[in-house]
Design a protein around this ligand. Structure first.
Ligand SMILES: *Cc1c(COP(=O)(O)O)cnc(C)c1O
Length: 396
């Protein structure tokens, strides 16, 4: 029997494979260097160039670049005028920032359950959570799969709510032939290195509503109505603080990288889809493992490749299983601990186990396997070999 690395055996890999990683090519480096040599490091021409390219790519009318995905969510909440007393419906199976952004505006995040097969926000749970205080719904395209936008838009229309898409996982995916970025009132993206494309840190919000785009441009620049370059061009020192804003700007250096990365995104999405296909077919032979389902009429951007493991069929629970996989050199991860189980939310809003049974069950069972465009077929094979080795050992 093949001894597990955690028990002193030889690991499948000596060099750890992370669950996600950026791709930086020579043309990306050249784009950044050219901007470093230019007149503008920030608030310059690369910002609107990136915004236009991004709006074009996502088939949206306006794109507003900000410092990171979390700032993008905050900017979106501010643009919609979320304030104290307002409720915003958020899926519990998401990154902290999706819920925190509501708190930034002193609103109340109302955490709801996900659909068991896709782990995206459950439309029925959204419907059940609506009160006279509800102002908006944040849908999060878990792992890179678009939510049920037809159903969510219908609910939003019926109750006059704003629909926000947290598309930090799903840039590059489509829903009924429409691109992510064009499926909600506001769509939020992140360019953190593990995300579909990167600017180091960075974020974007797309919208078809010009008044929201204007408001967001002010918000990212201290609430000032005219930016520093416009003032210079007009030969005027005049500016107005219209409302409270922040410095959430994205630099020209980062935008130059973003423009360069965006060109390669379609190719990278295909690479991710092809790795997912390899995983899907190999894992269908392991009956204790179930990959997430892809719902009809959408394409998946595979920011994450998530599997569920039937630990009742194994002699190990998730923590030792996860440790064993790590010891084999596979940097698996877990996305996410449901938000309602974190102290900030559990204690302040009196939430806990039992609130969202599908998310809680998924959390017990799921692991994210490595997936990123630069993965080699050997990397994919190592992951599968390690998974098989560990499963075999713990099989009853
Ligand atoms: C990454 C991520 C964010 C936050 O993005 P940052 O750029 O890291 O601030 C928000 N929501 C989701 C779902 C994410 O995955």
């Amino acid at each position: 029997m093949n001894k597990l690395a955690i028990h002193g055996g030889k690991p499948v890999r000596s060099r750890r494979l992370n669950y996600g990683r950026q791709t930086i090519d020579e043309d990306d480096i050249a784009a950044v260097v050219a901007t470093l040599r230019s007149d503008f490091l920030t608030t310059g021409p690369k910002v609107s160039e990136f915004e236009e390219a991004f709006a074009n790519h996502t088939q949206s009318d306006h794109a507003v670049a900000v410092a990171n995905g979390t700032a993008a969510l905050h900017t979106a909440m501010n643009a919609l005028g979320i304030q104290e007393g307002d409720e915003v419906i958020v899926p519990t199976l998401t990154f902290a920032a999706t819920a925190n952004c509501v708190l930034y505006q002193r609103g109340k995040p109302v955490l709801v359950d996900v659909s068991p097969e896709t782990l995206t926000i459950c439309p029925q749970a959204v419907q059940n959570a609506i009160t006279p205080h509800t102002k908006a719904i944040i849908a999060m395209d878990y792992a890179g799969q678009p939510c049920d936008y037809d159903r969510l838009q219908q609910i939003a229309n019926e109750h006059q709510l704003a629909l926000i898409a947290d598309a930090c996982h799903s840039l590059g995916a489509t829903y009924k032939g429409r691109r992510v970025g064009n499926l909600a009132d506001l769509t939020v993206f992140s360019f953190h290195p593990v995300k579909p494309m990167t600017t180091g840190e960075g974020g974007m919000i797309t919208t078809h509503r010009p008044e929201l785009a204007d408001r967001m441009r002010r918000f990212r620049n201290h609430g000032i109505s005219v930016d520093h370059r416009e003032r210079e061009e007009n030969g005027s020192w005049l500016y107005e603080i219209a409302d409270l804003g922040y410095n959430y700007r994205l630099t020209d250096i980062q935008c130059a990288l973003g423009i360069s990365q965006l060109n390669k995104l379609p190719h990278w999405t295909q690479k991710r889809q092809s790795i997912a296909q390899t995983y899907n077919s190999a894992l269908s032979a392991i009956h204790e493992i179930t990959p997430l389902k892809l719902a009809p009429k959408r394409t998946h951007a595979y920011h994450l490749y998530v599997i569920r493991i039937d630990f009742s069929a194994l002699s190990a629970s998730k923590p030792p299983f996860f440790q064993a996989l790590q010891a084999e050199g596979i940097g698996a991860n877990v996305h996410y601990i449901p938000v309602h189980l974190h102290p900030l939310y559990g204690e302040n809003f009196n939430l806990g186990l039992g609130l969202c049974p599908h998310a809680e069950r998924a959390y017990e069972e799921m692991i994210s396997l490595p997936i990123f465009p630069a993965m080699t077929s050997q990397d994919t094979q190592d992951t599968l070999d390690a998974l098989e080795k560990v499963i075999k050992f713990y099989r009853h």
